[in-house]
Design a binder for this molecule. Structure first.
Ligand code: TYD
Length: 225
């Protein structure tokens, strides 16, 4: 029934309500708030929900996350665009094998803060690596375990920046990139959605959090049938 487990999707062992949903958007778009709210909603409906994130989600993934996001003071510490992509993919492969697939097989709903579309957006869009290369590595890493649907919170870089103003939080390695980088990431998301509109739910990031949740619940109904 479900598409999230690829070749195993016809296995009678997999509960049909199993769902794998990935959340995407720019830094500061309100993704984390929405995921938390949606988790609470599903749990109130009696579903078992597992919330996870990329990079990260496993002990290895969290180690890689520290490397990927921290800004090392040592000027010799650099990550090339290809190496960066491979680290994200290594985190993803571990995440699928150790967490996502087992949770889906156990009948849990998996909500993932970022997944493969982030690599296309940030490493192909932002870093200008070839989209085909990123897509191939994504396929290799997920090993047929794909989200049933991807959710994009639509808010431009400028708008995300405006929201963050006054928060005074330290920026991580990716957040420190220039506006041009983030605008390319945003454009890449838009292209991905244009190519595969059926695979995405797009939510207006300007709306109040509770309204965004309502829209998500409404739009996701068809995936729960
Ligand atoms: P995080 O603090 O989780 O950002 P956010 O809260 O916006 O999700 O940091 C993850 C960063 O890693 C974010 O800037 C996006 C980036 N990233 C990639 O560049 N490629 C990827 O494949 C993934 C999963 C994330």
């Amino acid at each position: 029934m479900t598409t999230s487990l690829g070749v195993q999707q016809n296995s009678s062992r997999i509960p049909t309500q199993t769902k794998f949903i990935a959340f995407e958007g720019l830094d500061g778009s309100g993704k984390s708030t929405l995921i938390q709210n949606y988790r609470a909603y599903l749990e109130a409906e009696g579903l078992k929900v597992y919330l996870t994130r990329e990079p990260g989600g496993t002990p290895l993934g969290e180690e890689l996350r520290n490397t990927l996001l921290s800004i090392k003071k040592n000027a010799n510490f650099k990550i090339s665009a290809r190496a960066e992509l491979l680290l994200y993919e290594a985190s993803r492969a571990q995440h699928v094998d150790q967490i996502i697939r087992p949770k889906l097989l156990a009948g849990e709903v998996v909500l993932c803060d970022r997944f493969t579309a982030s690599s296309v957006a940030f490493q192909a869009g932002g870093r200008a690596l070839r989209t085909g290369d990123v897509e191939w590595l994504n396929q290799f890493a997920v090993d047929q375990c794909r989200p049933d649907v991807q959710v994009f919170i639509d808010l431009t870089y400028e708008e995300c920046q405006r929201r963050k103003q006054g928060m005074n939080q330290p920026l991580d390695r990716l957040e420190s990139e220039k506006a041009e980088f983030h605008n390319s990431v945003y454009q890449s998301y838009k292209q991905q959605i244009e190519i595969d509109p059926e695979g995405w739910i797009v939510l207006d990031g300007h709306l109040e959090p509770q309204l965004i949740l309502q829209r998500l619940v409404q739009d996701l109904k068809k995936y729960w049938e």
